[in-house]
Unconditional design. Structure first.
Ligand code: COA
Length: 157
């Protein structure tokens, strides 16, 4: 298979235009656009988004950010962990290993990971080794969080 490179996406008009092709486009992207227009953030600021380019096309993306262990309710002992949001591969490119490449990239940080997947992607997450978290934070209710544990980390009981 071709080499797949996952890269950090910079906030600029070009990236934000490419985001419009993804289904999970909403407030976060609109706020980034407004911040750019109002010079609150600079062109080419770092974003929490990572993605895969195929030529000039952004074909997969996810938001990945670190949560401080002060706010950890999932792991034992409390850990800094990563949250994956908005993992999405464009329809024409699904089923070719890009989703797995994104998750493997996140796992490479060797921190526990939490995600709250959409209903129809559970099979994918199961294959990636994610399990249902027992604890649900109040603000996550109904989100059915899934977690991935690196070696040596336990779920909080
Ligand atoms: N259910 C069960 N298994 C799935 C799956 C699903 N929905 N999606 C992928 N898989 C499996 C693949 O068969 C593959 O298994 P293999 O390693 O044994 O061959 C493995 O997970 C990795 O798949 P990959 O090609 O990396 O998946 P992807 O690039 O298509 O990314 C999603 C997966 C869910 C992120 C992507 O399809 C997506 O963004 N979908 C958006 C809409 C959605 O959620 N669709 C779900 C299907 S209707």
């Amino acid at each position: 298979m071709e080499h797949i490179k996952v890269e950090n996406l910079l906030v600029n008009y070009k990236t934000l235009e490419k985001f419009k092709r993804f289904k999970e486009y909403g407030n976060q992207e609109l706020t980034m656009m407004e911040d750019l227009q109002n010079n609150i953030i600079e062109n080419d600021s770092k974003s929490p988004f990572f993605g895969i380019y195929h030529g000039n096309n952004l074909i997969a993306r996810m938001s990945l950010y670190e949560v401080n262990k002060k706010y950890d309710y999932y792991f034992e002992p409390p850990q800094d962990y990563l949250t994956i949001w908005k993992l999405e591969v464009l329809p024409d490119y699904q089923g070719r290993g890009y989703g797995k490449a994104m998750v493997d990239f996140a796992k490479g940080f060797k921190l526990p990971i939490k995600t709250s997947p959409r209903i129809n992607s559970h099979g994918f997450w199961e294959k990636m080794g994610f399990v249902k978290a027992h604890y649900e934070m109040e603000r996550d209710l109904g989100e059915n969080p899934l977690i991935w544990l690196p070696d040596g980390v336990m779920e909080k009981s």
